[in-house]
Design a protein around this ligand. Structure first.
Ligand SMILES: [Ca+2]
Ligand SMILES: [Ca+2]
Length: 168
């Protein structure tokens, strides 16, 4: 897949222009076809590891090795895909609640995180649900776990799967 194409106005398509790529990942992550200027990714890119690459392009004349244009800088940004599940970095949690507590008593707060890009789509959007403990406990859509019905009960929220991404 061509992810970017360099083109010099001096390029008449006769193969005399040679495109040279340098900078971050040039020759390893990004491979250039020196004749067409097509840039391919040679490896799969992980936005969570590196979200953008700063590269430099040059166009030279093959016969004279002279630069046809000044070196130009360009940036390749890695677009996010939703490939990380939310996790509870501080879990597993444990909490106690006195018996006969009022319904609605807040018990504790959990916060999950998601490594995906929070500024793009819903990849890092988090909603909370509890897997066990109903009807005695409920979770606020944001973060708070509440005591819902009287009784001497305990709930455990220790599975990261209690937080899920939503696609709306
Ligand atoms: Ca995610
Ligand atoms: Ca991602």
């Amino acid at each position: 897949m061509v992810i970017y194409q360099l083109h010099s106005n001096s390029d008449k398509g006769d193969g005399t222009v040679r495109y040279i790529l340098s900078g971050e990942g040039a020759g390893s992550v990004f491979i250039i076809n020196e004749t067409t200027g097509d840039i391919h990714a040679a490896k799969s890119l992980d936005r969570e590891r590196k979200s953008q690459y700063v590269l430099h392009a040059r166009a030279i004349d093959r016969r004279t090795n002279r630069s046809l244009e000044a070196e130009s800088e360009f940036i390749i940004k890695v677009q996010d895909v939703n490939d990380n599940a939310p996790t509870f970095p501080d879990g597993p949690f444990s909490a106690t609640v006195p018996e006969m507590s009022d319904v609605g008593t807040s018990i504790f707060q959990v916060t999950a995180s998601d490594a995906d890009d929070p500024t793009y789509g819903n990849s890092a959007k988090i909603v909370y649900s509890i897997l066990e403990g109903q009807p005695y406990f409920s979770v606020d859509p944001k973060t708070v776990i509440c005591h819902k019905a009287p009784g001497n009960q305990s709930a455990f929220v220790n599975q990261p799967t209690a937080a899920v991404n939503t696609w709306s």
